[in-house]
Design a binder for this molecule. Structure first.
Ligand SMILES: Cc1c(Cl)c([N+](=O)[O-])nn1CC(=O)Nc1ccc(S(N)(=O)=O)cc1
Ligand SMILES: [Zn+2]
Length: 263
């Protein structure tokens, strides 16, 4: 079923075709930093990615998705009980630098949000199985704001001309380690149990959200917005429709507590 971020197929109607979108542990949420609870029991996060992985970049009409097929890119530790493997990463962004992130912090929305999606290889045999099961998915999340240029992002953005149209795909096999897209401080993060922020909104996700914000230049953010949603079909105005504002509104916390790895 077609879904999107505006009009009749927008987030307010997702629950009609994707019932889990009306569930009790949905994402994204606002992080009220005065209500977070420090948890001193977390072990250090272990993020081990190799660089020599081949991956492919696709414009799926909702975001760009860099799917990774390396069994050497693993995540464990922190609030996680099991080992997770990197499946793909993507972003959510706005039509200008004042909005775009999915999660907010004390009501503040950032220009974009990076999601590194991992699946639980200890408990499940495939990502397709893990994606709909509790504890199946762990998403490392970094907020992005407009500032100085980020050299690491240019390795991804340099392929965007090949994926401007929907279903465009480009193979990326240069030495690229997505760890370079994360903030320097990887010890301070918030974590809570939520859902996929896009249909089918499975309630299978442990979010780990870094406190430190990553800077990219306004020009780099503008390149995110260069992707098109339409395939070849032109809108009635004859103009390409650009892929922007692909963030879901925040969802009710329903009593969930956001844990903090720091005091
Ligand atoms: C099952 C599978 C495979 Cl295999 C691939 N892939 O790229 O190879 N992608 N998917 C689906 C997937 O990942 N959905 C997903 C949706 C939202 C989010 S979000 N915003 O982070 O909540 C994370 C994940
Ligand atoms: Zn996402």
């Amino acid at each position: 079923v077609a879904w999107g971020y505006e009009g009749d197929i927008g987030p307010c109607n997702w629950h009609k075709y994707f019932p889990k979108a009306g569930g009790k542990r949905q994402s994204p949420i606002d992080i009220d930093t005065s209500a977070t609870q420090y948890d001193g029991s977390f072990k250090p996060l272990r993020i081990h990615y190799d660089s020599h992985m081949c991956s492919s970049l696709t414009n799926n009409g909702h975001t760009f998705c860099m799917s990774v097929n390396s069994d050497q890119c693993n995540l464990s530790g922190g609030p996680l009980e099991d080992k997770y493997r990197l499946l793909q990463f993507h972003c959510h962004w706005g039509s200008d630098d004042t909005k775009g992130s999915e999660h907010t912090v004390d009501g503040h929305q950032y220009a974009a949000e990076l999601h590194l999606v991992h699946w639980n290889t200890d408990k499940f045999k495939s990502a397709d199985e893990a994606i709909e099961k509790n504890q199946g998915i762990a998403v490392l999340t970094a907020f992005i704001k407009a500032g100085k240029e980020h050299r690491g992002w240019n390795h991804v953005l340099s392929h965007f001309k090949d994926i401007k149209k929907v279903q465009g795909t480009s193979t990326v096999n240069e030495d690229f380690n997505p760890k370079c897209l994360l903030p320097e401080n990887q010890t301070d993060y918030w974590t809570y149990e939520g859902s996929l922020t896009t249909p089918p909104c499975h309630e299978s996700v442990r979010f780990i959200i870094f406190k430190e914000v990553v800077e990219v230049s306004s020009e780099q953010l503008a390149q995110f917005r260069s992707l098109c949603v339409c395939s070849s079909r032109k809108r009635d105005t004859g103009e390409d429709e650009h892929l922007v504002d692909n963030f879901r509104p925040i969802q009710p916390l329903n009593g969930r507590v956001v844990k903090a790895s720091f005091q």
